[in-house]
Design a protein around this ligand. Structure first.
Ligand code: ADP
Length: 169
């Protein structure tokens, strides 16, 4: 398993699956969620609505998978991270679970290349370094080992944090 980090826009990544930092409604939102739905078109929202009608959205710490519409990726995995409150409301466990569920879905769909954004670190305010440590550890410790995991950072600060954690320049 190769783990890498890039600075850029996750909607441009040609992975088997890109991960969305979704919310429990699955109906889209701001940040990376808005960017994915804008770039991927209506097909992604249609798939999300079907899942919502069947299971009523997606709980915090869980993930669901849809097609990727017009994106270069094949699938979008919509993961719901926690909103940061005070660090004592199970935020770390819930963030870990969200990453882990993405890898569970990657395993069941035979996904070999998966790209993650920095889940919960935007509008949901999870501290960037703590979130990156959880992301990297969860990927390293998960039973499923895809060929390649790409962490896609959208800001220089997150990029530097991941580079340091992964020991790359
Ligand atoms: P959350 O609500 O889970 O915090 P956000 O979308 O607000 O989700 O932020 C999650 C992370 O995604 C942040 O680090 C933000 O900078 C980043 N982000 C926003 N747009 C993009 C994009 N197009 N590609 C990759 N990352 C993005």
């Amino acid at each position: 398993m190769e783990i890498s980090v890039i600075l850029g826009d996750i909607t441009k990544i040609k992975a088997d699956a890109i991960v969305n930092a979704a919310n429990t409604s699955l109906l889209g939102g701001g940040g990376v969620d808005g960017a994915i739905h804008r770039a991927g078109g209506k097909a992604i929202l249609d798939d999300c609505v079907k899942i919502r009608n069947k299971q009523g959205g997606c709980a915090v710490g869980e993930a669901v998978i849809t097609g990727a519409g017009e994106l270069p990726a094949q699938y979008v995995i919509h993961a719901v991270g926690p909103v940061w409150k005070n660090g004592r409301s199970q935020e770390p466990e819930l963030l870990q679970r969200a990453y882990s569920r993405c890898l569970d879905l990657a395993a069941t769909h035979g996904i070999q290349v998966i790209a993650f954004p920095c889940i919960s670190t935007g509008i949901y305010r999870f501290p960037k370094k703590e979130a990156a440590i959880i992301a990297v550890n969860t990927v390293r410790q998960h039973a499923y080992k895809p060929a390649r995991v790409i962490f896609v950072c959208f800001d220089q600060e997150s990029y530097a944090i991941y580079q340091a954690l992964l020991g790359v320049q």
